[in-house]
Design a protein around this ligand. Structure first.
Ligand code: SAM
Length: 286
């Protein structure tokens, strides 16, 4: 839920009793697509940012953290990944990081809401500027139906989704995870948006998602990162695979690629799977 006050602060309610505020310069898009409410803002601290149904999706200032951790960690593990599927990801940030790998030959990006992509292309070129890369095929349809019907095999599947409400809800279902598992090539890896462990409402969603994911994939691990504008700032991704251990990777080979990053590095890769005790307990691992 969002609130805009007359003194130009945007607030997102993290719970009924805690909210996060950004002082805004401008609220320049206030519209609704077939699927969701879409707002774009400009701010002093976080640059431009946009919200879907009142929830912050990305800000120019901290999106690098989310997108680097979403893409580079699985690419370091499955370094030969050639064929990639992204579900959601309409802002283009995941694509921007993926096309930096010359070995990636094709990316299918499945985004339900064309209006998100069009607005990001116009107002957020920082993330959307690589959506025209010739290796990228954009599909404007529901990711749930896409994976149900797809026959192709993917080396990497990234679920870059909204939270488990509204159009994004089915992207956290067991049936959806089963379809993704069927589409993974041998050695393939899936990374999904795994919510936050901190506030009770988010933590319950995290537990649910983790249980379902664990019942589908033999390897199901969780890694953490710091995301200042998401609820509590403590956010998780799930790493799922039939057979890949996320900690077995060639750090020297990844470093030799010479990719400049501002958050991800191979030391952090090793450390981000070490979770606090309260998170381990909620995941049933302590
Ligand atoms: N980084 C963001 C976060 O975690 O807050 C996610 C950003 S990305 C913009 C999420 C995208 O998923 C949205 O553009 C939304 O339209 C898309 N999406 C939600 N449900 C979907 C579905 N069922 N199929 C395909 N895309 C979907």
């Amino acid at each position: 839920m969002a609130e805009i006050l007359k003194n130009d602060w945007f607030y997102e309610y993290f719970t009924g009793n805690a909210k996060f505020g950004i002082k805004i310069k401008d609220h320049f898009i206030d519209t609704r697509s077939e699927f969701q409410k879409i707002d774009f803002y400009d701010s002093y601290e976080y640059g431009r940012f946009f919200t879907l149904d009142g929830f912050i999706m990305l800000t120019e200032r901290d999106e690098f953290i989310y997108h680097e951790m979403l893409v580079h960690l699985p690419m370091a593990v499955n370094a030969d990944a050639k064929n990639v599927l992204i579900i959601g990801g309409g802002d283009g940030g995941a694509v921007r990081e993926l096309v930096r790998y010359p070995g990636v030959r094709h990316i299918d990006m499945v985004e339900i809401d064309r209006m998100v992509v069009d607005l990001c292309r116009e107002y957020l070129p920082q993330t959307a500027s690589k959506l025209g890369d010739p290796r990228v095929s954009l599909h404007f349809c529901d990711g749930i139906a896409f994976v149900r019907e797809a026959q192709e095999k993917y080396d990497l599947i990234l679920i870059d989704s909204t939270d488990p409400v509204g159009v994004g809800e089915g992207l956290f279902s067991q049936a959806f995870y089963e379809d993704c598992a069927r589409l993974l090539a041998p050695g393939g890896v899936m990374v999904n948006q795994h919510e936050s462990p901190y506030y009770e409402g988010d933590a319950v969603e995290m537990e649910r998602a983790h249980k379902k994911l664990s019942s589908v994939f033999p390897v199901c691990r969780v890694y953490q990162f710091h995301m200042p504008t998401y609820a509590s700032g403590h956010w998780l991704f799930g790493f799922a695979s039939q057979d890949r251990d996320p900690l077995v990777f060639d750090a020297a080979a990844w470093n030799a690629l010479g990719l400049h990053t501002d958050y991800y590095n191979t030391e952090l890769h090793r450390g981000c799977f070490a979770l606090p005790n309260y998170v381990l307990r909620r995941l049933g691992k302590a």
